[in-house]
Design a protein around this ligand. Sequence first.
Ligand code: NAD
Length: 495
Amino acid sequence: MNELQLLPQVRDFLQQNHAHFIDGQYYMGHPNTSIPVINPANEEVITEIASASIADIEAAIFSARSAFKGSWAKTSPYQRGVVLNRLADLIEANGEELAQLETLCSGKTIHLSRLFEVSQSAMFLRYFAGWATKINGETMSPSFPSMADEKYTAFTRREPVGVVAGIVPWNSSVMIGVWKIAAALVTGCTIIIKPSEFTPLTMLRLAQLAVEAGLPPGAFNVLNGAGGVGAELINHPQVSKVSFTGSVPTGLKVGQAAMAASLTRVTLELGGKNAAALLPDVNVDAAVEGLIQSGYVHQGQVCAAPERVYVPRERLQEVVEKFSAALEQMTIGSPLDESVQFGPLANKPQFDKVMECLQVAHQESKVLFGGKALPQLGYFVEPTLLLARNSQDRMLHEETFGPIITLLAYDDINELPALINDSPFGLTASVWSNDLSGALRLITEIEAGTVYVNMHTFIDPAVPFGGIKASGTGREFGSAFIEDYTEIKSVMIRY
Ligand code: NAD
């Protein structure tokens, strides 16, 4: 084992008392309880974090609302873009510190933390910064009859909805937070982020960097705590929009609570059971390499990752051999070791959930590779490959959010739409083929928010992302986010 040395600033940061970030500063508040933050690679407590009380929640909302009506409203669109670009620069300048903090809390390998939490976060911020000066309404020509030569014109304004509650999961604590922070700030909203209780530290550091970038106090606040803090935020009458990323069961509660609160706008980015379909002409080497990279990335704890793979029966043997050979090569170990490709699962509940899935797999499916926890401290399980016994195998239907891919052989390409769509989820899917006609025909049949061809799991700020069916509602990225973070105000003028 060859773990890298933690930076002195990371060690110092861990020594501090942690709670929230409100009105431009660290805020210790009135803690009810504290939550231990555990390193999933060795099960040691890294630090503790205070959980927000009702008074802390009120303080954050007051601060966010004041900035929404005051300092941030007075900041020009151009200047908003400048601040977001500066924050991107600061994320990169402090990238190693953020990456190490993320890896310590989540078990994400250090090179993935550098890639997703640092480089991708900066890239998304810069993309959104470019929108700052381009959020506009339209002009219209009303058709009212003119009785005495009066004329009419009309236009729409895109106005920010107000204070946004951004509730995020543990699998990508900076990047998913940045998607919400950037979308809110660039449209003129202000935001309170509620990180996952398992990964509460990086957002606090990011909030400090945002102040350094020139963001006025209150425009971006952080409230820590478990689900109850998120629930209180949603219920608050001064929260105008909820942007939630997390599991389907929690998403359902969040959606219902937002509607019940005051028809609060809500976007839900939820789970998936993402399918990959290999067509008969598939290049097996390329498909297996692509599915391993996209399916086991961050130990499979990525919402867009493929979990079920449909393989032409005549290619099954070849696919199984190449998958198993590639998994054999995967280096498993400490996520702080730069040579490691596969670390632990992110937390104990997630480890328990994956172990339950593996138990089901041993009963219902054929385990082709892996299938066990590693006998050591930390939440390590083997990358696992299963063969489903039939299309009703539970491992083809339940989201594991872990490193488990299930294969199913098919006989006729016409079976694919029904197999792929036999799921309550609809987040992503992929088709692996160079048969353009076959791939395009399948794309139109697939029920998913994103369909990839010869790739899977990638996200790009220019391309809208989100789910259909139980995978959620609303889209992040592209220009689609503008709809969710702004209200249209219509103005009609007689002259
Ligand atoms: P989770 O639903 O348990 O928690 C997500 C967040 O919601 C956490 O911050 C949690 O504290 C908070 N929360 C819990 N109960 C709440 C309540 N009643 N009201 C308000 N907030 C509440 O999800 P998780 O285990 O952190 O993340 C894993 C899940 O997230 C997986 O299902 C995965 O597919 C999904 N996910 C989806 C996307 C996407 O973009 N579609 C991205 C990443 C993860």
